[in-house]
Design a protein around this ligand. Structure first.
Ligand SMILES: Cc1cc2nc3c(=O)[nH]c(=O)nc-3n(C[C@H](O)[C@H](O)[C@H](O)COP(=O)(O)OP(=O)(O)OC[C@H]3O[C@@H](n4cnc5c(N)ncnc54)[C@H](O)[C@@H]3O)c2cc1C
Length: 419
């Protein structure tokens, strides 16, 4: 496995304990879990290993050195993301004829897992942007695809996904933003809450009501920044995910050409859910990267921190905890990769597996990162140590793109209705 970002970062920051400790940290960071069973490159094709290495290197060199600063100063790293796009990460599963990389869902997961070791928040935004680009590529007509996708794949332009509203979160199909047709335009009124990238992005993929109540009355429109009647709320202050802005997106008599509708009227909710199936794998993959990095950070800390006359690594309770973290990490990865394969193959179980992956992996990986923080003792609570940022950044993965309670609803509904 290539250099892991947070490890190079922690080596650079050093450790507050002592010089020897710092040196040992540097040395032990050379061991990256290759023989311990947690190496994410096992079982991959040579090609997958290649782009995984590219993503790990990008995470280590372009993201990890800035991860803490982006968090603390709330910087949206536009130029870094454009560099990522030059490597093909702006439209990973978008078709090549409109500028995408044309890779599979599994390939995408491998890339997001690796990138998130360098900065979860930035990678998670890139994953939402990829989801929007895929929605336009898949459900747009040729004109729409050619208009929007090349600039999104190069990240010349950035995209946001607009489903949630102040009054409709988990019950997304009850959304109220209205789009009334007047001639060759829709007139949008309403507001979207919690929109990732909102205000700083250029292209808004908006779910809105063109028909009756419920999911069948929803359509999907692409709204460009600068359209009269489109405005944004204040930037939200968040626990994590600070390298990407979150704002309300507001529509007041906002006229959008009918030619900007993706698919047919009434197809919008279906398009939104199809986007989210892949989005859930991507978010779970971002959690995997954070958990992998955190396991290695915890391992390195246990190997050097001494209490009661010996290193913490000699304590069996902590050894067992570390073993559980590593085991849950690998189980999580297997589930993500199975779900990605199911989605790629359009299998009947894909929706359930994507939900299972999101539920299991975001819960388990949060617990892994949190346990890694605990193993650092008080140091884990200091912002000099990367582990606290992984904990803060992945907490929200249990909430968005469908809460983990909603994932349970999807999984059980599919199970109960197939008999
Ligand atoms: C940082 C951040 C970024 C986001 N980015 C985006 C974005 O880019 N685009 C977008 O559209 N949305 C975005 N969201 C919104 C996110 O998807 C919603 O917050 C999420 O879907 C939950 O909706 P809610 O916050 O309204 O919670 P609610 O729906 O009010 O739920 C509150 C709690 O009740 C639980 N609950 C609700 N109904 C049930 C039930 N029937 N059974 C059991 N439990 C239930 C929920 O699981 C949750 O724990 C973002 C949110 C955050 C925090």
């Amino acid at each position: 496995m290539a250099v892991l970002g947070p490890l190079s970062r922690i080596s650079r920051l050093g450790c507050n304990l002592c010089r020897n400790h710092r040196l040992v940290l540097n040395r032990s960071s050379q061991k990256r879990g290759i023989s311990s069973g947690i190496d994410p490159s096992y079982g991959l094709t040579d090609e997958q290993k290649e782009f995984q290495k590219v993503a790990f290197d990008f995470a280590a060199n372009e993201m990890a050195p800035h991860m803490a600063e982006w968090d603390q100063k709330e910087i949206f790293p536009v130029e870094t993301m454009r560099k990522a796009a030059q490597l093909g990460f702006g439209g990973i599963y978008v078709r090549p004829e409109v500028g995408g990389s044309g890779l599979s869902r599994l390939d995408t997961s491998i890339i997001f897992e690796a990138l998130s070791t360098g900065c979860v928040s930035t990678t998670a935004y890139i994953s939402i942007h990829n989801m929007c680009a895929w929605m336009i590529d898949t459900f747009g007509n040729d004109e729409q695809r050619k208009k929007f996708c090349p600039d999104l794949c190069s990240m010349e332009k950035f995209a946001s996904y607009c489903l949630t509203e102040p009054g409709s979160g988990s019950d997304a199909a009850s959304l109220l933003t209205s789009a009334q047709r007047k001639g060759d335009h829709y007139i949008l009124n309403g507001s979207k809450a919690f929109i990732s990238g909102g205000g700083d992005t250029d292209v808004y993929v908006v779910m809105c009501r063109t028909g009756s109540k419920g999911p069948k009355g929803i359509s999907c429109l692409v709204v460009e920044k600068g359209t009269p009647g489109l405005s944004f709320g204040k930037k939200e202050k968040k626990v994590g995910w600070n390298s990407q802005p979150t704002r309300a997106v507001i529509f007041e008599d906002c006229a959008v050409p009918v030619t900007c509708r993706l698919g047919n009227e009434g197809q919008g909710f279906n398009i939104a859910m199809k986007g989210l199936n892949g989005g859930r794998i991507n978010i779970a993959s971002c959690s995997l990267g954070a958990a992998h990095a955190s396991v290695l950070l915890a391992r390195d800390h246990l190997l050097v921190r001494k209490q009661f006359g010996e290193t913490l690594a000699n304590n069996q309770f902590l050894q067992f905890k570390l073993a559980e973290m590593a085991t849950k990490l690998v189980a999580s990865r297997l589930l993500v990769r199975e779900a990605a394969t199911a989605l790629q193959e359009n299998r009947a179980d894909a929706v359930s597996l994507c939900s299972m992956a999101k539920l299991f992996v975001t819960d388990e990986c949060f617990n892994i990162c949190n346990q890694a923080l605990q193993m650092h003792g008080g140091y884990g609570y200091l912002k000099d140590y990367a582990v606290q940022q992984f904990v803060r950044d992945i907490r929200v993965h249990q909430i968005l793109e469908g809460t983990n309670e909603v994932m349970r609803m999807i999984i059980s509904r599919n199970l109960l209705t197939e008999s």
